[in-house]
Design a protein around this ligand. Sequence first.
Ligand code: GLN
Length: 556
Amino acid sequence: MTKFVFVTGGVVSSLGKGIASASLAALLESRGLTVTLIKLDPYINVDPGTMSPFQHGEVFVTDDGAETDLDLGHYERFITTRMRKSNNFTTGQIYKSVLEKERRGDYLGKTVQVIPHVTNEIQEYIKRGAGIGTPHEVQIAIVEIGGTVGDIESLPFLEAVRQMSLKAGPNNSAFVHLSYLPWIAAAGELKTKPTQHTAQKLREIGIQADALLCRADRPIPDEERAKISLFSNVPEWGVISMWDVDTIYKVPRMLHEQGLDGLICDKLRLNTPPAKLQRWDDLVYEVEHPQREVTIAMVGKYVDLSDSYKSLNEALRHAGMKNHARVKIEYLDSETIQPDNVSRLGKYDAILVPGGFGQRGVEGKICAARFARENKIPYLGICLGMQVATIEYARNVAGLKGANSTEFDPNASVPVIALITEWKDADGTIKTRTAKSDLGGTMRLGAQSSDVMPGTLAHSIYGDVVTERHRHRYEANVNYLDQLRQAGLVISALTQREQLTEIVELPQDVHPWYIGVQFHPEFKSTPWDGHPLFNAFVRAALSHQGSDKSALKVVA
Ligand code: GLN
């Protein structure tokens, strides 16, 4: 039977509830339990797919093609269970489903209400996320509730999990609440009052926390922990200090040493072997003892918000660890890059153009791709980054002057990147789209496989087949591939089903490392193994580091 741990948050957002939940999951998994994580988001969007990265940070994509909260990325990086569509849902999805049932007449003439209809639906979705009754059923489901206790929006979720824990019984569910202690410099004190209040607020709605994770910029002295315990009705050993650390890989050990996983196992009456932390200690060692350093220029649009490229940043760091190197990422706003200043990219060890949407900043990215190509600087283009590399090659090498994507110029005379109108999705269903289709959920999404051409750079990285996740609407236009090939561009992987362009590269005798991929490899990188493409990219950056950069070429 699945047991549940519900994780709530108080006082303020952005405290690292996702990392705390993922760390607890990792500790329980290391005790030999099967674990999954489920994220509940209180907003009304059906999924974050239509939200701007400025609003919501990165949209994480699962193998089965769900566009989800970025916390699911942390989950996949911390535990071995793979996330699916059912591991993340929103208020919007719940209401959509309730309203569909209402229209079908499933409620048999009843008045449809938040309690019980919405709260029941939430419980059904949680059970589905835990895989109950399916081959995916886990022993422990950790359910992270987005938002902050006290928000109107998250109330139905809290009510639903309260009911769920009542039905499950005291030894089958536990509550962990994440709170915040501000350091007041003038008083020289960590203040416990907001934590007292948030624990009370939780009790008002019938939830008693079993553990309080107290975030602060420093460890919390025992005296303060005792005070919090008294006011929050959480035993002192359940008041756990979670201070700022320089790497997230320190969090599992921090929580373990204060007994969090032990406490949860006691509460849930689980008799397991002790947690194993060696692999986390090894990661921390790697992070703290790099032998070299590389600096990578990331030429993107959402450069002010590192959450927008969460998985990408992580993937680069993982690859650094694999190469015993620290990877420094410098974010450059592509809108500021032009032919007359692009040479400033010459000082970097490699250039990366990440995914993106919309026309703004695209010419700067094209300029960066050209600079990397002409100066033999290692280049990795991801999704949009592959598309701009293709446009650049078409314009400047293949002589197709009007080359563009129809995303940026619907009337482009040479649409080397264009909308495809029909394709088969990860689940085998035929999907169609036009320029007028809904924006939500109409992209090529999820994992798809491609055959890789022998003898290419891509083949040396991936072998015969590459299976990666997608999230895009436009594709390399098949009508121009021959001209691009004749001009020297290597199309090194095509999707197995539709023969869509998946990887483009330059021949290795022309450029040491230049590759563009239509998929998002960053979603599959883990701190344990890194990811073959990023590992190779960082290796290329390390070898470029030693090369002579004195004669950089810029063609306006
Ligand atoms: N905007 C491009 C498309 O929709 C690329 C998307 C991306 O980079 N994820 O095809």
